[in-house]
Design a protein around this ligand. Structure first.
Ligand SMILES: Nc1ncnc2c1ncn2[C@@H]1O[C@H](COP(=O)(O)OP(=O)(O)OP(=O)(O)O)[C@@H](O)[C@H]1O
Length: 261
């Protein structure tokens, strides 16, 4: 139509088509079909052992489905090479206590991807690193060696690293387990902001039903076996442009309210 700008923010980012997975003879996932759209926030819920982590590990290519196809950003996963578009924070990061890097170096390392390895960090990179550290309340730990920190503090560093890098798709496996309530609130504020205003897509496993319900509503939109998918898109499909225009005015206000600024 003349004069109508088509904004395409609803591409499939992840497609699970008839996915099954077994560990040996033990089938964990059976004929799962689910698509994730750009700018969705997916909450993946389910009891212990239903296959949440298994699904995420398939999604980042660590294990292959026994049957079915996975596509990432429209490409079959076996051909997919743009891994820097995807961030993944696994359930437990175990770290050698002698690991020599400082907290700040670890957060900044998220910004050095293969493609960007040789470029200098910009002021914008530094600002993103500082914002992420502030949101995760680790600014005062910036110069400490990460290996010397507690498990909860280390997890906050890995989350700050992931959000500083602003991947297009961020996959989080029970990200706030072992983290104190104040840091959890800072983290949820930050990811909500990134979802609503920076076009990031999230897939998050969580047992925090209160947070999930508050943000994603009380009913799952799909389920498979014991896996339940709660979904929030940033806006109605017809309002893509409006959301973008609203960005500049709402960003600073929201950051201020969430205490990030
Ligand atoms: N490497 C493995 N070899 C064999 N079985 C496994 C392996 N990893 C996981 N399993 C089994 O597969 C099932 C799914 O495990 P998964 O870790 O995906 O569950 P989950 O939904 O993430 O659970 P939780 O909420 O406890 O983290 C479980 O029964 C688990 O015991």
């Amino acid at each position: 139509m003349p004069g109508t700008k088509t904004v395409n923010c609803h591409n499939n980012i992840v497609e699970f088509d008839d996915i099954s997975f077994s560990y040996g003879t033990k089938q964990v996932i059976k004929k799962l079909n689910f698509h994730v759209l750009e700018r969705d926030f997916i909450g993946l819920i389910g009891s212990n052992g239903v296959g949440k982590t298994t699904l995420l590990r398939m999604l980042v290519g660590l294990i292959k489905p026994t049957e079915g196809d996975i596509r990432l950003f429209g490409e079959p996963i076996r051909q997919f090479r743009d891994w820097e578009r995807i961030g993944y924070v696994p359930q437990k990061n175990s770290l050698n206590p002698l690991f020599p890097a400082t907290v700040r170096e670890v957060v900044l390392s998220g910004l050095y991807t293969k493609k960007k390895l040789y470029r200098r960090l910009t002021k914008e990179d530094m600002r993103r690193c500082d914002d992420a550290m502030e949101a995760m309340r680790i600014t005062d730990l910036a110069k400490r060696k990460i290996g010397e920190l507690s498990g909860g503090q280390q997890q906050r560093v890995f989350l700050a690293r992931a959000i500083a890098n602003s991947p297009e798709l961020l996959i989080l496996d029970e990200p706030t387990v072992g983290i104190d309530a104040e840091s959890q609130a800072g983290f949820f504020n930050m990811i909500r902001h990134m979802h609503l205003h920076h076009h990031m897509t999230f897939i998050m496993v969580s047992h925090d039903m209160e947070m999930m319900r508050a943000y994603l509503g009380s009913e799952p939109v799909a389920s498979s076996g014991g896996l339940k998918f709660y979904v929030k898109h940033t806006h109605e499909p017809e309002n893509c442009e409006e959301t973008d225009l609203a960005h500049s005015t709402s960003t600073s206000k929201e950051l201020e309210l969430s205490g990030i600024k």
